[in-house]
Ligand binder design. Structure first.
Ligand code: ADP
Ligand code: MG
Length: 832
């Protein structure tokens, strides 16, 4: 049944809900912490019948309705896993894969050997595994090894509404794999699970499924949530605003958990610290660890009894109904901006008195039990949010977006939503990704609000005005439409999907993005270039269907972007791998160095910065003496910083004294370990081991490293403008690149800033007052035709415009085509 317009029975229905938690009510707390009667349990029969009768089924149900934890159990109990095949569930987030496998194992009283997880670099899968939670990327890699996924009897694609790129691709691939398995007489079931009803991209897409799959809607048991918007335009300091809001809720409102949405790990930690200081909590109360087991036990008992009794259907409530969104049909009378619900009651919403010191100290006697929650938090710590808070305390979880749909925290009554999310953003010019904080979508805001109404009526405080909310996009666009797709295309080509353009994408990426990716992969040598005959259009079409090359196959196995994968693939000779791994790790981690050129506030600081700078330069001198090492430029600086830091034992003290950022160095160390493991599993005979300490590369190795970097960053070559090309002053000391018409410059922070080598490669271009290249290394011109033939042009130099640049193709013309330098160090059996 489709969700109709708002059903005004909400309030009445919620007071008569037939599903008071039947078991384990922690009477000493007002909040019902566990809620074993999950809405989806009432639908088991319907769901299982649909799955038995259809190869593909879509299940929609509000977050927390029990999809992720219960559907795998239904399947297991119905005999869908056996020695001949397992149940696989994909999650877009690692934290969900780990935590859900643990939860399901516990609920089913099965060991981790049977209910397991696999994420990119770790897992606990065994031969006995029958229910396997994994990230979507992991399943994609498995398809590369075994296209028919013969290990599985059922594949569940969870959180499909998130529209993560890999989830989309998996759905496209599985739409083909399911019929193939059918033909082979080994049918595979596909279940797509989504938290929203917006599944038209899957159902109304005749390229995707030949028969439209049935959609089962699980009625959510959702209590009304009152939404309060801020009156004022949003503040920049949303973190401080969150703090004040939580303080007010905690002091003035009845018991019930608080969930705060922030954007990143650092913010989460800083708010946790502030809150803990304001509402101290003595640790001698144990955090109710034992409750968890009990609740699971009760859940099991309940499920047994459910088999006999028929569970009453639960009232259905749709999302629009509880959020006072003044967008859709005639909700104006509940204009949230007026905050009628709050008048004179719960909380004073006027924050005019703002950030007073008083807020730091609390008069409330009730301690606040503050817990952080974000993806990279250690699993044991994550699990804490699911346990009841110690008696006599109020739970407050400060989370990133992971709490929006992947994880449901019990007992939340108040949600504080900053309205922002940290998202990966891709620069159109350089393709380099960065994280930026942006507004969320309306759908996300409503999901966040919904977290407050799981166990009783709740409140959501939005730290932005309703006018701002109205400007949010309705849904965030699928990831695949917003990012460069070269890594995805390489993965698909590795699956022998040559005509990517014909692939049944739920939402296809823009054709230009596909073409750009194909072109880059050809240039990297990962795809075989088509013979250039026929018309331009045909050429383009041919280009979008190039087969993968042997080098591409090797590249596809490395868990990094194609540019970096190429560097790794070329690094096996001359013992360059440890260095390339370090360079790739360092390029992935941002902000390695402290800003030492910043204006100091005191004389003391000036002296301190000067000392740090001198020591930093000393490291550079030791590591990057001269010759090729010096020419490796900024990458050598990175290598030297990591090398020196590790030599000193990677201590905070060393980092602080030498102008290195300790956190970045730790992150690099972790990545180096992970990449070493990954490389070892690809090249089983490489036998690398993780030794954080390394010697500086030899002069020869530094030369190879420059070639390796050039081969990977081939489209990021820049050539210094020659005297005769100087058009005007703005071209002084400028470089020309293959991608831009404008002059670009070496960033002043670069060690090559003064040297101005003729040819360089750069990691990225940043735009401030000018376009600046960062992460610069010098390369020799004669390497370019050898390593990057597609970027070179051996015709007669054009007379005008500049001879080294071809405006039609945007390609660098090689200066000295007669000097051929065939490198002799490529991987055996691979042709570049
Ligand atoms: P959905 O996938 O539909 O969003 P889930 O299956 O994730 O729902 O969650 C169902 C219920 O199980 C939620 O109420 C949630 O609080 C509870 N739950 C999930 N994981 C745990 C856990 N590790 N500990 C305790 N409760 C959990
Ligand atoms: Mg779920």
């Amino acid at each position: 049944q489709p969700a109709g317009p708002s059903v005004p029975v909400l309030q009445a229905a919620s007071s008569k809900l037939p599903c008071k938690p039947a078991v384990f009510i922690p009477v000493d707390r007002k909040v019902a912490l566990f809620n074993p009667v999950l809405p989806i349990l009432a639908e088991e029969q319907v769901i299982m019948e649909a799955i038995n009768e259809n190869p593909i089924v879509i299940i929609c149900g509000e977050t927390g309705s029990g999809k992720t934890t219960q559907v795998p159990q239904f399947l297991y109990e119905a005999g869908y896993s056996s020695s001949a095949g397992a149940i696989g569930i994909t999650e877009p987030r690692r934290v969900a894969a780990v935590s859900m496998s643990q939860r399901v194992a516990k609920e089913m009283n099965l060991s981790k050997r049977v209910v397991s997880y696999q994420i990119r670099y770790e897992g606990n899968v065994t031969d006995e595994t029958q229910i396997k939670f994994m990230t979507d990327g992991v399943l994609l890699k498995e398809i590369q090894k075994d296209f028919l996924l013969s290990k599985y009897k059922v594949v569940i694609i969870d959180e499909a509404h998130e529209r993560s790129m890999y989830t989309d691709i998996l759905i496209g691939l599985l739409s083909r794999i399911v019929p193939l398995r059918e033909k082979k007489g080994l049918p595979l079931k596909l279940i797509i699970m989504s938290a929203t009803l917006r599944v038209e991209d899957f159902t109304d897409n005749n390229k995707l499924f030949s028969v439209t799959p049935p959609v089962i809607q699980v009625d959510a048991r959702q209590f009304p949530v009152t939404v309060h918007f801020n009156k004022k335009t949003p503040l920049d300091d949303y973190s401080g605003e969150c703090f004040r809001k939580v303080c007010k809720i905690h002091r003035m409102l009845p018991s019930g958990g608080i969930l705060v949405f922030l954007t990143g790990q650092a913010e989460v930690h800083s708010l946790c610290r502030r809150l803990r200081k304001a509402f101290p909590f003595q640790k001698n109360n144990t955090a109710g660890d034992d409750d968890k087991g009990e609740s699971v036990e009760e859940m099991r008992k309940f499920k047994k009894s459910r088999k006999q009794k028929k569970v009453m259907a639960l009232p259905k409530i749709d999302l629009d109904n509880y959020s006072v969104v003044p967008v859709d049909e005639g909700d104006e009378d509940r204009d949230a901006e007026t905050d009628d619900d709050m008048a004179g009651s719960d909380i004073d919403l006027d924050l005019g008195d703002g950030d007073s010191e008083e807020d730091e100290k609390s008069d409330s006697s009730l301690p606040l039990y503050v817990l952080p929650l974000y993806s990279l938090l250690a699993p044991e710590k994550q699990a804490k949010v699911f346990r009841p808070p110690p008696p006599g305390t109020r739970l407050c979880v400060v989370a990133t977006n992971v709490a929006e749909t992947s994880l449901t925290i019990p007992g939340i009554k108040y949600v504080v939503d900053c309205g922002k999310v940290k998202k990966r953003f891709y620069d159109k010019i350089t393709g380099v990704s960065s994280f930026r904080i942006t507004w969320i979508s309306q759908a996300s805001a409503n999901q966040r609000a919904g977290r407050a109404g799981r166990t009783e009526p709740g409140h959501c405080y939005r730290l932005y005005s309703s006018a701002v909310f109205m400007d949010f996009e309705k849904f965030s666009a699928p990831e695949i439409t917003k990012r460069p797709v070269e890594d995805l295309i390489l993965q698909m080509k590795a699956l022998n999907i040559e005509k990517v353009i014909n692939f049944p994408f739920p939402t296809p990426p823009p054709t230009e993005a596909l073409a750009a990716a194909e072109e880059l992969l050809i240039a990297l040598g990962a795809l075989k270039e088509p013979p250039m005959t026929g018309r331009l259009k045909q050429q383009l079409a041919a280009k979008l269907s190039c087969p993968i090359s042997p080098l591409g196959r090797i590249m596809a196995t490395f868990p990094v972007a194609p540019r970096y994968a190429k560097m790794l693939a070329l690094s096996r000779q001359h013992d360059c791998l440890p260095y390339t791994i370090t360079i790739v790790s360092a390029m992935t981690v941002r902000e390695l160095f402290e800003e030492l050129d910043r204006p100091a506030v005191s004389e003391e600081e000036t002296a301190e910065l000067k000392g740090k700078k001198a020591r930093f330069l000393q490291i550079q001198r030791i590591w990057a003496g001269q010759g090729s090492m010096q020419k490796l430029g900024d990458l050598m600086v990175m290598l030297g910083a990591v090398g020196a830091c590790e030599y000193a034992g990677c201590t905070r003290k060393f980092c602080e004294e030498n102008g290195l950022r300790y956190k970045a160095m730790l992150e690099i160390r972790r990545l180096r370990g992970q990449l070493t493991t990954a490389v070892n599993s690809v090249c089983t005979d490489a036998g690398l081991y993780v030794d954080p300490k390394m010697k500086p590369p030899t002069e020869a190795q530094a030369t190879y490293l420059r070639q390796i970097v050039l081969a990977g960053l081939g489209d990021h070559v820049a050539r210094r403008v020659q005297a005769e090309e100087l058009l005007d002053d703005k071209w002084k000391n400028a470089y020309k690149t293959a991608l831009l018409d404008d002059p670009v410059f070496i960033h002043p922070s670069s060690v090559l800033f003064k040297q101005l080598p003729e040819f360089v490669v750069y990691q990225e271009i940043v735009e401030t007052t000018k376009l600046y290249m960062k992460g610069v290394s010098a390369v020799e011109p004669e390497w370019i035709p050898a390593l990057l033939p597609p970027y070179c042009h051996f015709g007669k130099p054009l007379e005008n415009p500049p001879p080294s640049y071809c405006p039609e193709t945007g390609r660098v013309r090689c200066h000295r085509p007669s000097v051929f330098y065939r490198v002799s160090w490529q991987l055996p059996a691979v042709e570049v």
